[in-house]
Design a protein around this ligand. Structure first.
Ligand code: FE2
Length: 210
């Protein structure tokens, strides 16, 4: 009987360690900051809205610019992957122009650039797109030029986050009022690695509740 109780106590103690240990050691992830939607969310979504923005269905050409393979994971603040989250991106082309009626810049449109894509995260919360690096563009407000960035709308189970992803080592990052106004500024900047002709970009997104 004593022996049996000792075994049960020991098991309970082990279970206690297993439950308490990680939670004591766990540091909550800092949620990704929100950023303004901006004026250029598509008025009409393109017919082709898959994860390869460098090709437009029915056209032979490929988008101008530096190809970027962008990938990341959507997590909640406890680090748990958010599966089935809807991830939308939209962005300027390699000339700094949006395919949007309100973008009245003289920069060239690129008919071979999709400009928008949407995907659902997999069972590990992962998403991925092939796109091009957007160019910086003038806002028309004083001398403010936006650094290269990709707009994101992420719809999880509880949270919807509108934000923007930036590229590292861009001089314009240091003076951009939207990036520098974010409470978690550094969390908005992707990690990039050149892999041959393609730029690899990794950017994880933390939703407070997922
Ligand atoms: Fe933008």
């Amino acid at each position: 009987m004593v022996e049996r109780r000792r075994i049960l106590t020991g098991t309970a103690a082990l279970a206690g360690v297993a439950l308490v240990g990680p939670s004591l050691a766990w540091a909550a992830l800092r949620p990704t900051s929100t950023q303004v939607l901006g004026p250029f969310y598509p008025v009409t979504l393109p017919a082709d809205r898959d994860t390869d923005l460098t090709l437009v269905a029915g056209r032979d050409g490929r988008a101008d610019g530096q190809v970027v393979d962008l990938a990341g994971q959507i997590l909640n603040a406890d680090g748990v992957p958010v599966s089935g989250a809807r991830v939308e991106i939209w962005q300027a082309n390699s000339h700094g122009r949006y395919a949007h009626p309100r973008d009245r810049s003289d920069s060239a449109l690129d008919p071979d650039f999709q400009g928008y894509g949407v995907v659902a995260t997999d069972s590990e919360g992962r998403y991925g797109f092939r796109t091009i690096k957007p160019a910086a563009y003038p806002t028309g407000a004083g001398g403010w030029v936006r650094p290269p960035h990709i707009h994101f709308a992420v719809t999880g189970r509880n949270d919807r986050l509108i934000t923007q992803m930036y590229f590292p080592n861009e001089p314009l990052n240091d003076v951009d009022r939207l990036l520098n106004g974010a409470d978690n500024r550094d969390g908005l900047i992707a990690a990039v690695t050149p892999t041959g002709d393609v730029l690899g970009a990794t950017w994880d997104i933390v939703l407070a509740r997922g």
